[in-house]
Design a protein around this ligand. Structure first.
Ligand code: TYD
Length: 235
């Protein structure tokens, strides 16, 4: 194992770059669902998800969002800023789906009156519980003002991506973000933005990981369509 190795997750490997200044994220061909209960390896997945992440983060950078993205290193790596990650998943929902419907009822695809932000605490043993802003402060994860800043950033970022996809006649239903603090002390968007981390639909057709979660066919065919849209964003 390289002495630059930092971390290996279910779908990514994180290492310090050769010059020691940044990190290199390697996107694996693994796909998982249900807390890792379902797991497969799909050829080209790492390429699709890394290039989609690179191009969408590049788009966000040009719109003034602080993202980790520095360079795309084909076929399946990204050079990114070093971040101190905050152990939260930040979900923005435009429509009801997934765990929202399981928890509160309603119909998949029903509009929410306004974008809704929710936090889950990243903890495998606790199965990523839903947490409120006041819990975050008590748990010492982030204080109220940082939580409010994250909510504002997440809504703005999700709106920008919703607009981008709607230009290509796709509907963004929901999306998950992960944030960290960069070396300047600013909140910075990290991790991944891909069909693994959002619900993306077009005329009732599914272009995201729900294809895999629900065994509806080969997800990679649809991920490739999403990549082709993202290729309108120049790197
Ligand atoms: P959510 O509906 O909460 O979860 P599930 O897919 O388990 O029903 O997910 C909302 C969005 O956030 C969805 O597009 C998937 C994404 N997400 C992740 O990428 N990782 C996660 O760990 C979770 C919980 C959600």
């Amino acid at each position: 194992m390289s002495d630059r190795f930092l971390y290996e997750g279910k779908t990514k490997i994180v290492e310090i770059s050769e010059d020691g200044q940044n990190v290199i994220l390697t996107f694996k061909d693994d796909i998982t669902a249900g807390d890792g209960a379902k797991h497969d390896v799909m050829s080209s997945k790492g390429l699709f998800c890394s290039e989609i992440t690179a191009r969408l983060m590049q788009y966000l950078n040009t719109k003034g969002v602080n993202t980790m993205f520095l360079n795309y290193l084909p076929p399946n790596k990204i050079r990114a800023k070093k971040l101190k990650m905050i152990p939260l998943e930040v979900i923005v929902r435009f429509k009801k789906a997934g765990s929202f419907v399981r928890r509160y009822g309603g119909t998949e695809g029903e509009d929410l009156p306004s974008p809704l932000v929710e936090f889950t605490y990243k903890s495998d043993v606790m199965h990523d519980p839903l947490v409120c802003v006041e819990h975050l402060e008590v748990m010492g994860i982030v204080n109220k003002s940082i939580a409010e800043k994250i909510i504002e950033e997440a809504k703005k970022t999700a709106m920008l991506l919703k607009e981008f996809f709607s230009l290509h006649t796709f509907e963004l239903w929901d999306i998950k973000f992960e944030y960290g603090v960069d070396e300047d002390g600013n909140i910075c968007l990290g991790d991944e933005i891909s069909p693994d981390t959002m619900r993306l639909r077009k005329s009732g057709e599914i272009f995201d990981k729900d294809i895999y979660r629900r065994d509806l066919g080969n997800p990679m065919e649809k991920y490739e369509v999403v990549l082709n849209i993202c290729r309108s964003i120049l790197l």
